[in-house]
Ligand binder design. Structure first.
Ligand code: PTJ
Length: 253
């Protein structure tokens, strides 16, 4: 992990790749984790590798959903856990909401334990998903196994780097789903109640900040939730990418 020159123009991106690689070797990240990360990188490149202005409103709306939930939960897989452990813990404490480990691949309990221990090493106290006793109805993947005190009981679920099937199944189960997905056209992003089209590493601290602001100003939630239009939100992201590509087309030699 240490042979990345600090002054390399893409040092941050290379460090993140190294993190994914290291924790894949240690069994926290799935073998397909680096592939999913690479898909995200490609979409992040289209956004300019920054949190784009229109997504800030989606983050505020997501914060309003979390703050107003009867019971919310942060669902975490291998990639998100290793890329942003401190941010996950801070968000969990600020809402407050438990973190539930929920993975797609290699559900052996050993992997979930490793992820949970890693999060505990970063300060998490409330990590669920190690002994899942409930099932998401009509979902056949390993993600169907959920904690009775976490996803099963929640009315709002935050997911990231997700497969579309579970998002659909959670919605059909009557839950609201907030996704963080850099691909604005993925099934998850299109189906979720709200998609935050941003990198998990950037989105989670912004979401935590928005949660803190709403706790201080609870009256803002209603207007945020009332004004949210999912189609408009997605179109704004797509228009942003379109415009950025136009600018790049005319400026890159
Ligand atoms: O649950 P696990 O740990 O067993 O691992 C599951 C993975 C992540 C391998 C699995 O969910 C998967 O294969 O994901 P997909 O189908 O490749 O989808 C990942 C989605 O997340 C894609 O739409 C990517 O664009 C997006 N994505 C990737 N990296 C990031 C991201 N979105 C936000 N931030 C990222 N860092």
């Amino acid at each position: 992990m240490n042979n990345i020159p600090e002054n390399h123009p893409r040092a941050e991106s290379l460090k993140m790749r190294a993190t994914i690689e290291t924790y894949r070797n240690m069994g926290l990240v799935a073998n397909a984790g680096p592939i999913a990360h690479g898909r995200g990188e490609a979409f992040d490149y289209l956004l300019g590798e920054e949190s784009i202005p229109c997504v800030k409103n989606d983050i505020n709306v997501a914060a309003a959903l979390l703050v107003n939930a009867n019971k919310s939960v942060i669902s975490v897989n291998g990639n998100t856990a290793v890329l942003a452990p401190e941010s996950l813990v801070k968000l969990s404490n600020s809402i407050p909401a438990p973190i539930e480990v929920n993975v797609f691949y290699g559900r052996t309990n050993e992997r979930e334990q490793k992820i949970a221990n890693f999060l505990r090493e970063h300060g998490a106290t409330d990590v669920l998903g190690i002994k899942p006793s409930e099932k998401v109805p009509h979902l056949i993947s390993a993600r169907a196994q959920v904690d009775k005190n976490g996803i099963a009981a929640a009315d709002v679920v935050l997911v990231s780097l997700e497969d579309g099937d579970r998002t659909r199944a959670l919605l059909d189960w009557g839950k609201k789903v907030i996704s963080i997905d850099l691909n604005p056209l993925s099934r998850t992003a299109c189906d979720a109640t709200i998609n935050i089209c941003d990198h998990v590493v950037r989105a989670l601290p912004l979401l935590q900040k928005a949660v803190i602001e709403l706790h201080a100003n609870p009256g803002h939630s209603r207007a945020l939730l009332h004004s949210f239009d999912k189609r408009k939100s997605r179109n704004q992201v797509l228009e942003y990418i379109e415009k950025r590509l136009q600018v790049l087309r005319s400026t890159i030699n």
